[in-house]
Design a protein around this ligand. Sequence first.
Ligand code: 6PG
Length: 254
Amino acid sequence: MPSTRSIEVVATAADLFRAAAEEFIRVGRAAIGAQGRFAVALSGGSTPRALYSLLAANYANFAWNRVFLFFGDERHVPPIDPESNYRMVNEALLTKIAIPAENVFRVPAENPDAAAAASDYEAELRGFFGLRSELRPGDRPAEFPRFDLILLGMGPDGHTASLFPDSPALDEQSRLVVANWVAKFNTDRITFTFPVLNRAAEVMFLVSGADKADMLRQVLEGKNTPPLPSQRVQPSDGKLLWLLDEAAAAKLTR
Ligand code: 6PG
């Protein structure tokens, strides 16, 4: 089934987080109803923090024991570091809901060896989704995990997760999780690869604020060579939802 792309624009950032929380819960309820569990990968950065706080405030009674939380990317820092996506999610959500610790799959980004952290996290994904272990040469094309929902943000340079323009991980087609050197930050990041993003049943981008308007127009309406990382998120058999507030959508022509 080809992916379906929909763009929803709401008036304010508060409306955006409300709509995102409703979609998160809708997808979660459907997944739990259909398969008894909801496997979701969270995005980091600053935008989604308000969504996570809203989920904690308005949906504390959700079936969090049926929810399995992963991280689409992580900074190469310990979980107590102010830069850590895990720390942000922990403060905004995990400490406020009854989710079993074993349902939260944190990237072991405290490991000084980013590639080892990525491999370990990939092994966690393979184990959770029941995928074969490491591929051997000549194997069938790699199997990829199918998340019920992957949350993503869009950076001002068009990156998503930690897939930055001109970074090595953009070309990765068989691994699930890799360490990705981000030259402009002079640091490694740990990130899902495009095959994982594009295997999801639903990907929801959350983009808020006027500072994203120019890049959002490029991503949603521009023809870029090579395509921007956020343009390469095209679920092969899933829904692609861009949830925007008016400030972010201000420069879109349609
Ligand atoms: C991260 C995120 C990253 C983020 C974008 C947008 O680790 O920073 O995963 O991809 O979604 O950079 O970030 P803001 O929401 O803070 O603008």
